[in-house]
Design a protein around this ligand. Sequence first.
Ligand SMILES: Nc1ncnc2c1ncn2[C@@H]1O[C@H](COP(=O)(O)OP(=O)(O)OP(=O)(O)O)[C@@H](O)[C@H]1O
Length: 629
Amino acid sequence: MSAPPDAVLAARRRFFSGVPVADDALALPILRSWTRCAERGLPVAGRLRAEPLTQSELAARRERHEVLRRRCRPELEALHAAANASDSIAILTDPSGLVLDTVGSADFADRAAKVALRPGVSWSEAETGTNAIGTALVERRPVEVRGAEHYAEAHGILTCAAAPIHDPFGEIAGLLDLSGPASVPHLHALALVQLAADQVEHRLFEGAFPHHTLVRFHADPSYLGTAREGILVFEDYRLVAANRPGLALLGLGWDALGARRFSDLFEGALGRAGEERRVRSVRGDVMLRLDRQALIVPPPARPVRPPARAEAPAAPEGPRFDPQTEKDLGRAVRLLDAGVPVLIQGETGAGKEVFARQMHRRSARTGRAFAAVNCAAVPEGLIESELFGYEEGAFTGARRSGHKGLFREADGGVLFLDEIGDMPLSLQSRLLRVLQEREVTPLGGGRPVAVDFALICASHRDLKQLVEQGAFRADLYFRIAQYTVTLPALRTLTDREALVSRIWQELAPAGDAPLLSAECLAVLAGYDWPGNFRQLVGTLRVLQALAEPGEALTVDDLPADIRRVPAPPCAIASAPALSGDLDAVTRSAIEAALQAAGGNISQAARRLGIHRSTLHRHLGTHGKAGRAG
Ligand SMILES: Nc1ncnc2c1ncn2[C@@H]1O[C@H](COP(=O)(O)OP(=O)(O)OP(=O)(O)O)[C@@H](O)[C@H]1O
């Protein structure tokens, strides 16, 4: 609630003369904001505004947030009518508070421009002092700032109400604001922008999670299908995205993403897609509708473990990367946002698709489609129709209604072409044309359709080498490989023990991971994992499923090929260079294995992947003694 104008003026006088202001003299977000501005030393009188962007900078910024702008268009139009009626303007800003678009009363727009409330100017609190846009972004919630509540005197002519727009992962994607003259009462401005932000947030889920399970729910069934319904998105039963009503209805915060599972929130199984039914949630009964079911791991038919782990083991909680890959990811996202195609190279199972999905999630195109095709998995004759789509009855066997094709499905979002090295040469030239012209002509005729997507390609094959061999078009290579990220093989990562332990914990429900003996962990970390993350995660899942309650897993529980690891990393690391004396290498490896096994001959032999008697023989040769075990 805002304080009456006189009370604000009195609070202002006290604040700026250094006298403490009582908490109830002013709305708390305003008082907090004034304090932040004063601490930053912002001037109260005179010019307090950010330098506007140039026209071309503004055009680039608008392009970067084109998806958001498109998603907000209907709400801006609706606010336009409200703004016209109250001599105001409706504003869309980017997540930093930079004004992207304004609509509404031309008369007020002229006056607002005098205080630089116009496209291309930042209204962040740090630059412009207390104002609805900047303060709502700092407070991460809707805020109204009237007249003298603005920090800068010059902004006292304004009354503004702003509501941030949260993306499905809890990040702020932008902000809507209604601003008008302070002299006119704007009774419902805050409610209007809040409603508009709710609508945009609801729309951000449209087509955004084609490979996930989407649950819609509300205690009152009449809210299903509206912006007030709760939406939760699950990946392998783990909650990965949500809208604010969904979290609020269950008493959760954004930190629930990645941490909660379906079974933590609702009783019973998921049910069938399209079905509406009453279920018990952690906050009472709700009507639940499963929109789409896309589980990667089907639940087992009967519990194979005690009830707490009856569901299928989850995929690791949100992918984490080694520091270098994390840096590469940040750079790749910035380039993708700038319209530069990114190529991901790496061995099979190194996490190329996981990396690509994370790029999409962190990019400005989050909330829009992520259309993926594996060029190696789709039969050669079908890739073309998969990508380009076709008109009704284009060829025998074509769906009657036609097929949109992935290029068009990716419109506004990201197109991920996995194993692009396997794309037939004939199609490579058609792909190149689409990338150059940004339009697609469906098979069987039809008019070209403009498409807008960001491109990520991946391959485990060395594309540069394929170009040299003539198996991949050089011009396409240079087009798609403007920035290349090479993901490291698992065996090259340092601190693999920590990595294995982390994934081990993440695969089990909270705090319920079976015990893994130190020796077992060392062998797992020392193995060279030719199948990289995919093989590691698969192996750990199997081990967890087979673990006996209360018993620690030992090396004997490991699959034979992994158990036969020649030597743990410490032994290899401490061994002399291989170019050195072979006897010295052997001696060093044996010493390291014995040390790691606490002198136990059997264990040391197992670490070295040799039989006990062989180790005894070597010990005889190299004159070392160990403890029999
Ligand atoms: N950073 C990571 N942390 C934990 N697990 C990961 C990570 N990256 C990948 N994985 C796991 O490995 C599996 C394989 O990953 P992904 O499909 O992305 O590999 P890829 O390189 O695209 O493989 P391919 O070359 O065979 O297509 C994933 O399902 C996931 O379980």
